[in-house]
Design a protein around this ligand. Structure first.
Ligand SMILES: NC(=O)c1ccc[n+]([C@@H]2O[C@H](COP(=O)([O-])OP(=O)(O)OC[C@H]3O[C@@H](n4cnc5c(N)ncnc54)[C@H](O)[C@@H]3O)[C@@H](O)[C@H]2O)c1
Ligand SMILES: O=P(O)(O)OC[C@H](O)CO
Length: 344
């Protein structure tokens, strides 16, 4: 490793993925004595982590190593942190970052775990980070892959992708989050890795809707495959790579999210398919389902680049109330017939 080890790692966000990824990092760097500190919005959430005994089933099932601590004080968490991990809901990033950045170490590396596109600007999280912090691209990275937090908290094996324009930075992060149950690969296609993670949430909403309406595995497989086709069109038209979409952050994450009842996006879709209104679904979800907010931004981005994304479009219409879930399949199947490999 050419970069020196970090003095400390900060994880901003004590939700399911922030807490779980903090555990991955802490397990990975425990032998080097590097502390990992989590920022939790609320004092009681920070205390739950520090005390390691909690009413939350999720935290009870998670073995947090001794080098993890938590605080609700942003300055305390960020001071001295050479690696800062961002794990909050995507639509809150711009606002929260405006505060965080006051306490960033000048040479810190920032790693986004978030899988959303900003509404209104259609920016990826790495782009929002670059805009707000003015950090160079060699110190902004993203991590994405088939990473359902609960499975990783239980130390069930998985892999992921660390993407950064600078391969040395990606390698440095990968070495810091390599645990016996977590294997990070590196990639320099930041756009492809990030967009794969964003669009799969929308495809998982569509798959969930089909499940909720009682449709079977042929339907699910069709939506997954054609979902990958439209994700590929978008990524290629924006300059990302095909091999990225065939990898863990593309196909890998799409399959995991669309197959799992642990997925919040899949679950939200299923509830919509069962006939609940969006407000009722939002009331039932205690955690972030990024696809609900990102779908419109992805659709706008695709339209701006003249990329056809019919599944995304149908999901947006269902979310915005202009298409009923019952009519979604009919709308998609009535499209003009074409060759499978055709662009648009
Ligand atoms: N949970 C997973 O399995 C998983 C896996 C991979 C990626 N992700 C991505 O990681 C990101 C975070 O997901 P999560 O599962 O940890 O979400 P979560 O809903 O479990 O937690 C989000 C955390 O952000 C905090 N937060 C900080 N500022 C906030 C604000 N202004 N508004 C609302 N909440 C705020 C909340 O208090 C909460 O602790 C999302 O983009 C998600 O797509 C999640
Ligand atoms: O629970 P979801 O739907 O946000 O998915 C979690 C992860 O992104 C799966 O890789």
């Amino acid at each position: 490793m050419t970069k020196p080890l970090p003095r400390k790692i900060a994880v901003m966000g004590a939700g399911s993925w922030g807490t779980t990824f903090a555990k991955v990092l802490a397990d990975s760097v425990a032998d080097q004595g590097i502390p990992v500190q989590i920022w939790a919005r609320r004092d009681d959430a920070a205390n739950e982590i520090n005390e390691r005994h909690t009413n939350s089933r999720y935290l009870r099932e998670t073995k947090l190593p001794a080098n993890i601590s938590a605080s609700s004080n942003q300055r305390e968490v960020l001071e001295g942190a050479d690696l800062v991990v961002l794990a909050i809901p995507s639509q809150s990033l711009r606002r929260e970052l405006a505060v965080f950045k006051k306490y960033f170490e000048p040479e810190a590396v920032l790693l986004s775990l978030m899988k959303g596109l900003e509404r209104g600007t259609d920016l990826r999280m790495s782009e929002v980070i670059a805009e707000i912090t003015q950090f160079p691209e060699d110190r902004i990275a993203v991590l994405s892959g088939p990473n359902l937090a609960m499975e990783i908290a239980r130390e069930q094996p998985t892999a992921s992708v660390v993407a950064c324009a600078d391969s040395e930075t990606a390698q440095w992060i990968a070495e810091l989050c390599s645990a016996p149950y977590f294997r990070p690969y590196t990639n320099d296609d930041v756009l492809g890795v990030e967009l794969g993670g964003i669009v799969k949430n929308i495809i998982a909403l569509a798959v969930g809707m089909c499940d909720g309406m009682g449709m079977g595995d042929n339907t699910k497989s069709t939506v997954i495959t054609r979902g990958l086709a439209e994700t590929t069109r978008l990524v290629l038209s924006l300059g990302g790579r095909l091999d990225t979409l065939a990898g863990l952050s593309g196909l890998g994450d799409l399959v995991a999210t669309c197959s799992s009842s642990l997925s919040r996006n899949n679950t939200a879709g299923r509830l919509l398919g069962q006939g609940l209104f969006l407000d009722e679904v939002n009331d039932r979800m205690s955690q972030t389902a990024e696809g609900i907010k990102s779908a419109r931004a992805v659709f706008d981005l695709a339209r701006a680049h003249e990329v056809e994304m019919p599944i995304t479009e149908a999901v947006v219409m269902v979310l915005e109330g202009s298409l009923s879930v019952e009519n979604m399949a009919a709308r998609l199947l009535a499209r003009e017939l074409k060759s499978e490999g055709e662009q648009n």
